[in-house]
Design a protein around this ligand. Structure first.
Ligand code: C2E
Ligand code: MG
Ligand code: MG
Ligand code: MG
Length: 294
């Protein structure tokens, strides 16, 4: 009986494996066509200064309205629709992140131009970069060309980078960051605390802000370890002259704890979920300014 049981379990395991492989293949082939088919869009999530209450900027987040069978299959079977946490790694593995990432940068520049023209507060928009893009020879030139073509100041952009990305070749990273910084572009470390924390790079790289990962924010203020980590990160950042942004802030108790501990900014469902550019304009178009970027 035990043997039979084992075989049944093996079958189920095999079936689950096959399903995962099939889904991966479907994702890959769907993503290969996605750019041409215009299936990507961007959602924008606001950030808020918790001392002044002012809007400080947005983060652009990639969305994929995939073909039926990948994204649209959610209603018909157990397959979830494709979230960035699932499809961004596929874009990275396949190298598709290079054209898609370039599309994101150009789209954000065009959006900033349109928002400026429509009277949106001139706050910067942050773009996530992936490791593959960071290894691209002409990354900085491509970014600066995109801002020129859209007629916006480079200072209207920020980039979010991860610790592991910067540490794979610190000398090359430093060169790229210095050029971006010299152009006036803001630089922050995303998901801080989850990567290889080599603190020496914080001093070495010309950064502006650290984003505390959602994992440390979720159980605030009850979890005493998360509270200790959050306090330590805020103290470290401030002593290095960096701003601190807490990610994934969902409720008033988390906000109160972050505020009491000197965090500068928040991003999360409490202040605003990621929404379309049109909704941003409707919600924030009349917002008071928060630091002009020209
Ligand atoms: P991230 O850069 O850390 O982005 C923050 C993620 O947290 C977003 O997930 C956002 O929707 C989510 N989030 C924001 N506030 C809350 C909250 O209060 N509660 C919870 N539970 N979640 C919240 P999203 O949009 O699914 O993106 C996931 C990740 O995919 C991003 O993490 C980023 O690493 C990557 N990504 C997204 N867009 C791009 C892109 O254009 N290029 C690259 N290379 N990566 C991207
Ligand atoms: Mg980010
Ligand atoms: Mg993050
Ligand atoms: Mg994250």
């Amino acid at each position: 009986a035990a043997k039979q049981h084992g075989r049944a379990r093996g079958c189920r395991f095999q079936a689950a494996m096959n399903e995962r492989v099939a889904r991966r293949v479907a994702l890959e082939s769907g993503l290969r066509e996605a750019l041409e088919r215009g299936e990507f869009s961007l959602a924008y999530q606001p950030k808020q200064n918790i001392v002044s209450g002012l809007l400080t900027g947005f983060e652009a987040l990639l969305r994929w309205h995939g073909p039926a069978g990948v994204h649209g299959a959610a209603e018909t079977c157990a397959q979830p629709s494709a979230h960035p946490s699932e499809f961004v790694p596929v874009l990275e593995d396949t190298g598709l992140i290079l054209p898609v990432g370039a599309w994101v940068i150009r789209s954000v520049c065009a959006q900033v131009r349109a928002w400026r023209d429509a009277g949106m507060p001139p706050v910067p928009v942050a773009v996530n970069l992936s490791a593959r893009q960071f290894q691209q020879e002409n990354l900085v030139d491509m970014i600066l060309a995109a801002t020129r073509e859209a007629g916006i100041a480079p200072a209207a952009l920020e980039f979010e980078l991860t610790e592991s990305m910067l540490m794979s070749d610190p000398a090359v990273s430093e060169g790229i960051l210095l050029r971006l910084k010299a152009a006036g572009i803001g630089l922050s470390i995303d998901d801080f605390g989850t990567g290889y924390s080599s603190l020496s790079y914080l001093k070495r790289f010309p950064l502006d802000a650290l984003k505390i990962d959602r994992a440390f924010v979720r159980d605030l203020p009850a979890d005493s370890e998360d509270l200790a980590i959050t306090r330590a990160v805020i103290a470290l950042a401030h002593s290095l002259g960096l701003r601190v942004i807490a990610e994934g802030v969902e409720d008033a108790a988390q906000l109160a704890s972050l505020r009491a501990n000197g965090c500068d900014e928040i991003q999360g469902y409490l202040y605003g979920e990621p929404v379309s550019a049109a909704e941003c304009l409707a919600i924030f178009g009349a917002c008071p300014l928060a630091g002009s970027v020209a």
